[in-house]
Design a binder for this molecule. Sequence first.
Ligand code: ASP
Length: 577
Amino acid sequence: MYRTHTSGELRISHVGQEVSLSGWVQHRRDFGGMTFIDLRDRYGITQLSFNEELNADLNEKARKLGREFVIQVKGEVIERSNKNENIPTGDIEIKVNELNILNASKVPPFTIEEETDGGEELRLKYRYLDLRRKPVQEKIVLRHLLNKTVRNYLDAQGFIDVETPYLIKSTPEGARDFVVPSRLNDGEFYALPQSPQTFKQLLMVSGLDKYYQIVKCFRDEDFRADRQPEFTQIDCEMSFVERKDVLNTFEGLIRKVFMEVKGIDLGEIPVLSYDEAMRRFGSDKPDMRFGMEFNDISDVAQGKGFGVFDSAESVIAINVSGGNSFTRKELDGFTDYVKRPQIGAKGLIYCRINEDGTFKSSVDKFFNQDDLKQWATQSHAQPGDILFVLSGDTAAVRKQMNELRLHLGNLLGLRKRDEFRGVWVVDFPLLEQDEESGRWHAMHHPFTSPVLSDRELMKTDPGAVKANAYDLAINGMEVGGGSIRIHDRELQQEMFDLLGFTAEEAQAQFGFLMNAFEYGAPPHGGIAFGLDRLAAILAGTESIRDVIAFPKNNMGRDLMIDAPSPLNEEQKKELGL
Ligand code: ASP
């Protein structure tokens, strides 16, 4: 028997017991006559002690153990004279009387402890060693708990886990497909799914009623920070549901997940319309942990002779509570921040609200105290606060102000790591227009139903049509999205027409779905959550790489197995490449 206990298990109550443990040598301390080893496994660390006086050969053997050797020891649990309060096994140690080296180890390329000296590339190359580290392992275990909670919840709600194929048909919608050549069908290719969207809808046509799958999806996108070419979704679909049914079911899921994984009650998740989210926060995934909401002060800021405001579509102010204490230098810093090319504002206007109730703005030339008072009133500002004001085209100002709001939130410590706030954003526009080509694109995907009362608008004013779609954002990050689907062939055809598909193209690419709609397709809708992102939020890490056992780097390379890699000529020939 390799072990009677794990390395995280033994306590003072075990003193006197003969045990055997197996694990890795994390650390060896050599005091001449005494040798101490920290033995590590997934469960923790236990101290082993060797004493020259009791057994000189054994002590000598222990002195030769290197880091990461795999060993088995037998011995007696004894109380430690020098207790370590930092670890649960810190009251005891094992007085070893038998040591077996199960496997030697080369010196690892970086230290395998909570803190490591290894850079990211090196750790990715030796990911199996990085995964021995406790903080890394903990995230993988957390992900398991997340998975398990999701499965238990959905199972209890009657959802059925159905696998859908990975080798499917390429469609030029959305992101780029990864493709796989077919050896048996010369010159033809499969695509890896960007999501199981059409399959889950077909399962509804099949009457499966409630489907879920924790499923890999593949998108061949240009590498942006923190994207993985393969990622995991919690993919779900339900029949005979309206929006509120879907939101209720999955609010339950997310609250359950936060409760089980973090012990946190997320509370009821508020619902904002897209328009309201944009108006109040300038974002369709607002961070609800703090206020600093937008105030449109156009009506009181325009018409006073300040050309910048007068020519703007919108003048928007945010109030920073207590912000009057910002120094001149800090204000200059915020101005520089919004003028960075990525943000693109021309400048930043401020208005201090002094403790005595007077105002001091950067545009005093154009605005008197009464004018500024109106700004303050409309922005709910108090003495001691400061207003920041941006103006321009509404969409652009909102975007810039959103960046400034988040920046200030970070700076002022308002985006707390251990606080979680969700928000549903609903009623997105159905379509967005490509500025250059004038072509309409589905904002969510082409299977999303318009809000039915807007159906007529599809012909006259497509940009005004709302989608029956919803997103869930937590702490300013999108974690899920879905929609009520089109289940009517005619409407689906109309949607494809709007998106510029000819009837032949629509038939060739999505004929299977439209045909299915002619055989009694039930009303249905669903959602998909980004499991990696959700796990990262729960684990309190910025990067989804941390919650993926074997992630790729930001060039899409697996540094450990060295993929992608070229094929040899024979393989290529066989595949007709
Ligand atoms: N398939 C969609 C996506 O991957 C989610 C959904 O509509 O259910 O974004």
